[in-house]
Write a protein that binds this ligand. Structure first.
Ligand code: ACO
Length: 331
């Protein structure tokens, strides 16, 4: 029988646009207040790409940083997976654009869309390629330019999102370390609660979700909120159970950052103290698939965990989708 390898994170990197859009800036754009946004979401500011800058620029920057951290060259990569719900083009994929820019000549490349759960979906896919021995090095990037599909006249959504990319190089690690377990799922019946039309608009889209047929992100926040709190708890417990671990064995949970009230609700349901949950959403808002790798990189740079520590990464989003992973840090 051929050998099963252990797959782990060899390097991390992230990239954020320089332009900061504060709640006070938004007060001048739509009927909202800093107080409402802080109280209802916990978000204070977000980073926004300039109009003429494509989102994959952030992906290139994050990828180069992750490669440097991993100590490998782009030429070593076998595969690039980009998780995104905001590709700059339908074709070429963002992964192909990045492959060209970083000169990863031998790497295959594809995009994957599971909205805010995309990084965990990508981690699950990469894990299979590495474990089986099919590939040695996979670059996974969560790369989003949400400002480009935001309706800047809709106060219900425009206060929530930002732009960013986060990257991880995945490869073989010592046995007993790395990705111990992953869990992904979807409920397409709930998909109508977060939509961003592309090549098609249904009558329902036109009647309910698109103002002036704008192809922008629309969300029923309340419905997503209820779903989010439940799957954060369920996803965390599921990967703990699959890894034969309990909450006491966990060093840190790095969740998708959408709303502070979702994180508080999930902490309460799980029965964990809030200091076990990494939070940076006040600075960046909801950056979709970039949220978990950017958060993980900040926690890593801040030395919030060390080799052997157990981490849970957990997310939810459009689709509706969810995903979680248990990672035993390996470097
Ligand atoms: N400023 C002031 N008032 C506002 C604003 C705003 N920015 N936005 C909404 N309101 C108003 C509404 O119009 C409503 O007024 P009304 O009562 O007169 O009708 C009132 O505030 C309450 O609105 P709700 O939507 O009930 O507010 P809620 O407390 O649910 O917060 C929010 C909304 C922040 C969107 C929340 O529901 C949420 O975070 N949901 C989860 C979103 C999420 O997690 N998405 C993740 C996936 S996203 C992806 O995949 C890209």
């Amino acid at each position: 029988m051929s050998r099963i390898y252990s797959c782990g994170i060899l390097g991390l990197g992230s990239s954020l646009p320089e332009k900061v859009l504060t709640n006070f800036d938004l007060e001048k754009m739509v009927d909202t207040t800093n107080e409402w946004i802080m109280k209802r979401t916990g978000i204070s500011e977000r980073r926004i790409l300039e109009k003429d800058v494509p989102a994959h620029e952030l992906g290139v920057d994050a990828a180069n940083k992750a490669l440097k951290d991993a100590g490998i060259s782009a030429e070593d990569l076998d595969l690039i997976i980009v998780a995104t719900e905001t590709p700059d083009y339908l074709t070429p994929s963002t992964s192909c654009l990045i492959q060209s820019r970083i000169n990863a000549k031998k790497a295959a490349a594809f995009d994957l869309n599971a909205a805010c759960s995309g990084f965990i979906y990508g981690l699950t896919v990469a894990d299979q390629f590495i474990k089986s021995g099919y590939y040695k090095y996979v670059l996974l990037i969560g790369c989003e330019g949400l400002s480009k599909i935001t309706d800047w006249e809709d106060r219900n959504t425009c206060v929530l999102f930002g732009d960013a990319a986060g990257a991880a190089v995945l490869g073989r690690v010592e046995d007993g370390y790395g990705i111990m377990s992953t869990y992904i799922g979807a409920d397409g019946d709930l998909g109508k609660n977060i939509t961003a039309p592309c090549c098609y608009l249904s009558c329902e889209d036109i009647e309910v979700r698109t103002r002036d047929n704008k192809r922008v992100l629309w969300m029923d926040g309340g419905e997503v909120f209820k779903f989010a709190v439940k799957v954060m708890e369920h996803g965390t417990n599921k990967v703990l159970e699959q890894s034969n671990l309990t909450l006491e064995d966990l060093k840190l949970i790095v969740p998708h950052q959408a709303n502070i009230r979702i994180l508080d609700g999930a902490a309460k349901r799980l029965g964990v103290s809030k200091d076990k949950i990494f939070i940076n959403l006040h600075k960046y808002g909801n950056i979709s698939s970039a949220s978990i790798p950017v958060g993980l990189n900040e926690a890593y740079e801040g030395k919030m965990f060390t080799k052997g520590d157990n981490l849970v990464l957990v997310g939810f989003g459009g689709g509706l989708t969810w995903g979680s992973a248990l990672v035993r840090w390996s470097k």
